[in-house]
Design a protein around this ligand. Structure first.
Ligand code: AMP
Length: 217
């Protein structure tokens, strides 16, 4: 199964991808997570991309495409892409990669969400610095304020989840990523899901779409 999860920052792509990747046993490729790991490890790639992430702008296409290509090479039996593609150029690079491998994208799952809901959701998001579990101070707060339920480590806010950078990320999304909705809709692989509902309801919808695909194959 080859799936793209599309949607603006904060639409729930990361949360849903983790559940789906586990349920279907497919590789989860999350470009934002990969970049954050490179930054944390202070690798040459991490140093190169850190300022883009901090400011909420996109890492240049060739850098992203090169990184993703390595992961696609390692996932011949399927993947779930989360946060990639984010530009038309990236989508075209992915098309070329698929063509070369004689493969195709089975599904594009588009999590749609209103801007106001996104700003509220992102600015109240926190993550555990130890195990990366994600919380939301409004909809899924930790039991003890500021501490992870799983390992009691401190919770942090992502550097790009402050209000000013969130607004920048949403502008970038509108300009560069939203056009991909039309791009994939024309290929008839796109399914639109309302992302502002509780996560388990969104998961149910996604699962029934994916199960429908499996049954119809
Ligand atoms: P995310 O965790 O998906 O919200 O991504 C966090 C940040 O990583 C983005 O704001 C970009 O700076 C960078 N990033 C992640 N994926 C991509 C991509 N496909 N293209 C360019 N930049 C990306």
């Amino acid at each position: 199964m080859r799936i793209i999860l599309l949607g603006c920052p904060g639409a729930g792509k990361g949360t849903q991808s983790k559940v789906l990747a586990e349920k279907y046993g497919i590789v989860h490729i999350a470009t934002g997570d990969l970049f954050r790991a490179e930054i944390a490890g202070k690798t040459p790639l991490g140093l190169k991309v850190a300022d883009y992430l901090k400011s909420g702008t996109l890492v240049p296409d060739p850098v992203v495409v090169e990184m993703v290509a390595k992961h696609l090479d390692d996932s011949p039996s399927g993947f779930l892409l989360d946060g990639f593609p984010r530009t038309l150029e990236q989508a075209q690079a992915l098309d070329q990669f698929m063509k070369k491998e004689n493969q195709s994208i089975d599904l594009v799952l588009y999590l749609n969400m209103k801007t106001d809901d996104v700003i509220r959701r992102l600015t109240s998001r926190r993550y555990c610095q130890g195990c990366n579990t994600v919380y939301n101070l409004i909809s899924s707060p930790p039991k003890v304020e500021g501490k992870c339920d799983k390992d009691s480590q401190d919770l942090r806010q992502r550097v790009d989840d402050g209000e000013a950078v969130v607004k920048k990320r949403l502008m970038v999304y509108e300009d560069l990523t939203r056009p991909l909705v039309a791009y994939y809709r024309s290929e008839q692989t796109l399914h639109e899901i309302e992302g502002s509902r509780p996560a388990d309801q969104v998961t149910q919808d996604l699962v029934s779409i994916i199960d429908g695909l499996v049954v119809n194959k």
